[in-house]
Design a protein around this ligand. Structure first.
Ligand code: EPU
Length: 444
């Protein structure tokens, strides 16, 4: 297993390009199952989750090849009944995105239930409810969802749940409804740009979906989808992470390939905190965290509000702004495993219910910390970049699922971060309280 060794205190400077969005690429790759003909996708990031989806699609009869650094070609070569096995699905919850395309195109899907998750309870009841409304017969057997329908039919259905709509649930139901007989209306659909991107891909193949990006989707059923080419939207979560990296290190970074219109809530909140944004003449976004920063309250909610996937990174930043901040997550109210790790670096932060309460401005000192999920890992790296001295961030396999060459790109911006194998020998001596030099021992 790998870990990062980070030496904090360097303001980030320079220019970096944001990758294609993981959470758009995964459901779009899955939807290629529904096409009659080849799909070429551009700007697909090279990530562990993309490789897991590739492996899963191959077991379901799809030929998947990387044709260029950033392009994937996908084509169904065998559409016999197949099972999305637990072994692959348990590695990545987005595997559930194959359910709708398989059911819609092949009339049958057998997909393992994804199981537990570190960011809290993640049921798929809304996915199943939506597919049932389209006429699917659904059973859970031996840990698998078995969904079948001779022909799906259009329906008026509602996808809202206790914590808002569902992103991958909307992807599943929308893709299945493309093949339903007649018209479907999905109310309380997720409005996230990644869902819209999937809809644009499906429309590019001949689907008739309107209302994309709004909570009401209207879909006229058709019989088949042809192949197409599609460019994945820029990753708004990676862009936000890099913006916060610039701010937390009091640096200034220029980001290319950003859709600022997908990030209004994050950019407004960062401006409120004191981060300054400007457009460069070539359309990039310059982010400066060099001025004074203030505390702020943040609430993560479904799009277009602040995303839950940026909650941990904002928490990291607010540990460095003098005063009290409250960060609340209404989408995943238990997604706070990073809080106690940040406290190990000296941050004054505690969890209370669905919020982190932060008494910011405390200087941080490097420590050995453990990542619990993808975005928590990124937030711990950001915290380590702001801390004095050396830190170790363990279990970075979580981070590798969703950030492409993260440490190389941070290093190109001046960060002191390296990937090493997680062995005791690789832990810096400064993190051993028995051997570390203290100010007193240095003076002696
Ligand atoms: N929910 C239900 N029932 C369902 C589905 C969801 O109650 O059937 C609840 C969830 O428990 C949660 C809320 O609804 O409280 C929203 O969950 P959603 O289904 O929207 O999440 P998801 O589709 O499983 C996607 C992203 C996540 C991101 C969430 C929220 C992908 C592949 N994953 O997950 O991304 O946090 O939407 O925006 O798109 C990440 O990239 O780190 C990540 C976790």
């Amino acid at each position: 297993m790998d870990m990062f060794v980070v030496r904090g205190g360097q303001p980030l400077q320079g220019r970096v390009a944001v990758s294609g969005a993981k959470n758009a690429a995964l459901p779009i790759m899955a939807a290629a199952l529904a096409a009659d003909g080849p799909t070429t996708l551009y700007d697909v990031p090279d990530l562990v989750d993309v490789r897991t989806m590739t492996a899963l699609l191959r077991t379901l009869g799809v030929a998947v090849d990387r044709v260029d650094n950033d392009a994937l070609k996908l084509e169904v070569i065998d559409d016999r009944p197949a099972i999305a096995e637990y072994e692959l699905v348990r590695r990545m919850r987005a595997s559930v995105c194959v359910l709708g395309p398989l059911l819609g195109r092949r009339g049958r899907a057998a997909v393992s239930l994804p199981g537990g998750c570190n960011i809290g309870h993640r049921p798929i009841d809304l996915h199943l409810r939506g597919l049932e409304a389209l006429g699917a017969d659904i059973r859970i057997e031996r840990g698998y969802v078995i969904a079948q329908a001779r022909r799906l039919h259009g329906a008026n259905l509602y996808l809202g749940g206790a914590c808002g709509s569902t992103v991958t649930g909307t992807c599943n139901v929308m893709t299945a409804a493309v093949f339903a007989e007649g018209a479907t209306t999905i109310e309380a659909a997720a409005c996230e740009p990644e869902v819209e991107d999937l809809g644009r891909y499906l429309n590019g193949m001949g689907a008739q979906i309107s209302g994309l990006g709004t909570p009401t989707l209207k879909i006229e059923g058709i019989d088949r989808l042809s192949g197409t080419t599609h460019r994945i939207i820029p990753d708004r979560i990676e862009a936000a992470t890099l913006m916060i990296a610039a701010a937390i290190t009091r640096g200034a970074v220029t980001l290319e390939n950003v859709r600022a219109d997908h990030m209004t809530a994050v950019i407004r909140k960062l401006e409120e905190i004191g981060v300054r944004f400007s457009r460069t003449t070539d359309g990039a976004i310059h982010v400066a965290g060099t001025g004074p920063l203030q505390p702020a309250d943040c609430i993560a909610l479904p799009y277009p509000a602040i995303p839950t996937d940026v909650q941990a990174q904002l928490t990291a930043l607010l540990t460095q702004t003098e005063g009290i901040s409250v960060v609340t997550d209404k989408v995943f109210p238990d997604r706070f495993m990073h809080v106690s790790e940040m406290a190990r670096m000296g941050a004054r932060v505690r969890r209370e219910g669905q919020s982190a309460i932060i008494a910011g401005g405390e200087p941080l000192s490097g420590a050995s910390v453990m990542a619990s999920d993808l975005r928590a890992s990124a937030a711990l790296v950001l915290t380590a970049l702001a801390a004095q001295g050396e830190s170790v961030v363990r279990r970075i396999y979580h981070l590798d699922r969703g950030y492409e060459q993260f440490e190389e790109r941070l290093r190109a911006l001046g960060a002191d971060i390296e990937r090493v194998v997680d062995t005791p020998a690789n832990v810096p001596a400064s993190l051993n309280p028995l051997t570390a030099a203290t100010p007193d021992s240095e003076a002696a």
